[in-house]
Design a protein around this ligand. Structure first.
Ligand SMILES: NC(=O)c1ccc[n+]([C@@H]2O[C@H](COP(=O)([O-])OP(=O)(O)OC[C@H]3O[C@@H](n4cnc5c(N)ncnc54)[C@H](O)[C@@H]3O)[C@@H](O)[C@H]2O)c1
Length: 361
């Protein structure tokens, strides 16, 4: 099998935590080039990985003939130009979420990748949580019956500390909704159906973080109707004091259907809660072992912290899709549809009214 050469653009937090260890699991894959606009971050990544080809300019890396695939892990504003240029150069593209600052740019990324006939993927990493994959399987099998309600709640305690580029609208597009709720918007589309209409509120409680201006939302509440007739309630906050953060803090998804209810918490990667219609209440439903890793993944679920290592299956899926010349399980179109929901929520918060998603999703 010929070696697939990867370039990674943006060598910050998510590249070190997720993309590099994920690619390291994949057979006949080599990270051959790294790019970061910050020379210090680039040098630290070079020393950590031993990757010889580095540049502070993504254009130089993408132009290389020996790069076959690109992972984009920069601040959000740079995802579209990098993805579009990479696709036009014939490189397969995995872009971090949220894909862009608006749905038009996100759709352009997906359209260009289709036109270039390259594999493309949005990094909706939580699709690879074993409990999420099992929940999707049960819902498709009909165990929930007709879905009435979808509910997600993501609470973290980030206080008023600076969150860098994430608090600048011109770099991030939005705050909490793009950063955190985008994943839960994707769960909703994956588990329930496309959004039909929504009403939303986005609030900035912290115009200053560590004394620096913050013009993005740090709380979002969203009420939705889905095309299948189900209804949804979603909330996400950076300001839930005392609840901790990342996977140590509340991250709950609930489904109520005509036959059963299911709930899932990211912190319990190998367990769902389930209750049957008319039954005594919710109880633990263990995840079968065959759901512990993505089919085809070489990952040993007993190695490492399972709350981190499920994320490595994302790189495996991207590589396998390239090898098998098939669409990735979550494409740039999925990222663009989630972006359309984000745009609708921003419009709703500004106009204080319901917004129809119509043909835009
Ligand atoms: N999928 C997930 O679960 C997940 C988790 C965390 C972050 N993310 C996403 O990943 C992306 C990066 O987030 P992060 O937490 O790693 O941020 P980060 O700030 O830690 O890293 C971003 C890096 O990009 C570099 N950079 C900035 N502009 C650049 C440019 N023009 N060219 C090349 N490099 C540039 C910065 O110097 C920095 O090193 C964001 O889109 C974020 O939303 C996704």
């Amino acid at each position: 099998m010929s070696t697939l050469n990867f370039a990674i653009i943006g060598t910050g937090g998510i590249t070190l935590q997720n993309h590099l260890p994920g690619l390291a699991l994949c057979k006949d894959v080599k990270v051959t080039a790294l790019c970061d606009a910050n020379p210090a971050a680039l040098e630290a990544a070079r020393q950590q990985t031993g990757v010889a080809i580095t540049s502070t300019k993504w254009e130089d890396i993408i132009a290389r003939d020996d790069v076959h695939a690109v992972i984009i892990a920069t601040p959000n504003v740079f995802h579209p130009p990098i993805a579009i240029t990479a696709a036009r150069s014939g490189k397969h593209v995995l872009s971090e979420k949220p894909l862009a600052l608006n749905a038009a740019d996100a759709r352009a990324m997906a359209a260009e990748a289709d036109r270039a006939n390259v594999r493309h993927m949005t990094a909706f990493t939580y699709r690879f949580v074993p409990a999420m994959r099992y929940l999707h399987h049960l819902i498709r099998r009909g165990d929930a019956g007709r879905i009435y309600h979808y509910r997600s709640c993501r609470l973290q305690d980030w206080g008023t500390r600076s969150v860098g580029w994430r608090m600048q609208k011109k770099m991030a597009g939005t705050g909490e909704i793009g950063d955190m709720l985008s994943h839960r918007i994707d769960f909703a589309r994956h588990l329930v159906s496309e959004f039909k209409r929504l009403v939303s509120s986005l609030v900035n409680h912290t115009p200053l973080r560590d004394g620096q201006p913050n013009d993005t939302d740090d709380w979002v509440g969203l009420l939705a109707e889905f095309q299948c007739g189900a209804t949804g309630v979603m909330e996400s906050s950076k300001l839930a004091s005392g609840v901790n953060e990342s996977w140590r803090s509340p991250d709950r998804v609930e489904i109520n259907g005509s036959e059963a209810s299911f709930s899932f918490t990211t912190g319990c990667w190998n367990e769902l809660q389930m209750g049957k219609l008319g039954g005594p209440g919710m109880k633990a439903l263990p995840i079968p072992r065959e759901f512990y890793v993505l089919p085809g993944s070489p990952r040993d679920p007993g190695v490492g912290d399972p709350l981190v290592s499920f994320r490595y299956d994302q790189a495996v899926e991207f590589v396998n899709a390239i090898r098998e010349q098939r669409p990735c399980c979550v494409t740039l179109h999925d990222g663009a549809r989630a972006q359309a929901v984000i745009d609708a929520a921003v419009t709703s918060a500004q106009t204080r009214g319901w917004v129809e998603l119509g043909g835009s999703v």
